[in-house]
Design a protein around this ligand. Structure first.
Ligand SMILES: C[S@@+](CC[C@H](N)C(=O)[O-])C[C@H]1O[C@@H](n2cnc3c(N)ncnc32)[C@H](O)[C@@H]1O
Length: 183
């Protein structure tokens, strides 16, 4: 059910989805590999059909501690049905900073960030770090060779970054990154 829905929505909204297939389970596991018992609340943005969502919960985050942000109404319907105890928010990730959430330790993003214009990227990243506690981590994958946040946006938000493990078993292979505020 989820895969055909993903492909159909890709045909209808190629710019906002901007991926040829949902993430593999291997990529989703890498994306959640920094979650620990101390992470606190997690916000997932660009959840699509919920591949990464499932791994966030499998990593031990309680459903009530997971907020899911997705702008596509069809995906939201599926997400609400699959994860009835999570807070599924049908909204643009640009409004992240307005969410009344506390103790957010991590934002995990499946957004096609580098396909998004820089001013919009900036709003999303500023909002994500505004939402998180000190030391919060923003996790984002990319298919390309460069960090998945534009240099000007990284600079404006004072971000440092490191790579996690490259995932070859994904279409196409992908590299997850962790971004934090520079000390
Ligand atoms: C590449 S898909 C990733 C789906 C899933 N996380 C995965 O890894 O398979 C990107 C998702 O981001 C969503 N999206 C794109 N721009 C968005 C925005 N500004 N706010 C919220 N969701 C957005 C799309 O609707 C789509 O579901």
């Amino acid at each position: 059910m989820s895969f055909p829905l993903f492909m159909w929505q890709l045909v209808r909204h190629p710019k906002t989805i901007s991926a040829i297939a949902p993430s593999s389970t291997g990529l989703a596991r890498q994306m959640v590999s920094e979650i620990t018992a101390d992470t606190g609340r997690v916000v997932e943005i660009g959840a699509g059909t919920g591949v990464i969502t499932r791994q966030i919960l499998a990593a031990g985050v309680r459903p009530e501690d997971l907020s899911i942000v997705e702008m596509n109404p069809k995906f939201c319907k599926v997400l609400k049905a699959q994860f009835p105890d999570c807070n599924v928010l049908e909204m643009d990730a640009q409004a992240l900073g307005e969410l009344p959430l506390e103790n957010v330790g991590m934002v995990i993003s499946g957004l096609p960030l580098l396909s998004i214009p820089e001013p919009v990227q900036h709003n999303i990243i500023k909002g994500a770090f505004g939402l998180m506690v000190d030391g919060g981590k923003y996790v984002q994958f990319t298919y390309g060779p460069k960090p998945p946040i534009a240099p000007a946006v990284r600079e404006a938000n004072g971000l440092a970054w490191r790579c996690l493990k490259k995932v070859w078993l994904n279409l196409p292979p992908a590299m997850p990154y962790v971004f934090t505020k520079k000390p």
